[in-house]
Design a protein around this ligand. Structure first.
Ligand code: APR
Length: 188
């Protein structure tokens, strides 16, 4: 599986599925959640409301993930996940790992080949971006890929992209593997 890093707006991503750093209400918000809802159009909120009227009446739990169509987005699907909120005392890295892991599991269920992640919980939810990078990369690297061929981390500024790349190089060095070749390779 390929791991890609880029700087940009995830709503422009042409990946099969983009991951939304949502909140448990699934009814939109600021940050990447707000951007995705704006770009997808009102049908996305309607689809989320249907989820709330059905299986997710209590909202989407922290660390879980659920998909909707992408509607007006270039991406075919949006995978909504709720990262842990450090400002609310949710500081267990396993919750953050679960958001990445469940998003990948949902992507496999969809049969998505390409998935784009933002830096989940690194904004409003106040997590250290370096911890988000390490947690996300470890989870992606450990994922038993089936239909997912590539995972792109779409970072909102070049500094964040540099951070993710350096964390990946450290992880690869720890594993004694070059950052390209065996295991997920980095491209782009
Ligand atoms: N594309 C890519 N990344 C983006 C975009 C975008 N269009 N907009 C913001 N980001 C980045 C932020 O800079 C940050 O690095 O996404 C990362 C996650 O930040 P948030 O969107 O604030 O998400 P999070 O920290 O998980 O907080 C989620 O914020 O927006 C609300 O409804 C959301 O309540 C939820 C909470």
């Amino acid at each position: 599986m390929q791991i890609i890093f880029s700087t940009g707006d995830i709503t422009a991503s042409t990946a099969d599925a983009i991951v939304n750093a949502a909140n448990s209400s699934l009814l939109g918000g600021g940050g990447v959640d707000g951007a995705i809802h704006r770009a997808a159009g009102p049908e996305l909120l309607a689809a989320c409301r249907e989820l709330r009227a059905g299986a997710y009446a209590q909202g989407l739990p922290v660390g879980d993930a659920v998909a909707t169509p992408g509607f007006s987005l270039p991406a075919r699907w949006v995978i909504h996940t709720v990262g842990p909120n450090a400002r609310a005392g949710q500081t267990d890295p396993e919750l953050l790992a679960s958001s990445f892991r469940r998003s990948l599991e949902v992507a496999e269920e969809l049969g998505a080949a390409t998935v784009a992640f933002p830096a989940i919980s690194a904004g409003v939810y106040g997590w250290d971006p370096a911890v988000v990078a390490e947690t996300g990369l470890r989870t992606v690297a450990a994922h038993p890929a089936r239909s997912v061929q590539s995972v792109e981390f779409v970072l909102f500024n070049p500094g964040l992209e540099r951070l993710f790349r350096s964390v990946w190089e450290e992880l690869a060095a720890d594993r004694g593997t070059p950052t390209s070749g065996t295991g997920p390779e980095v491209a782009g």
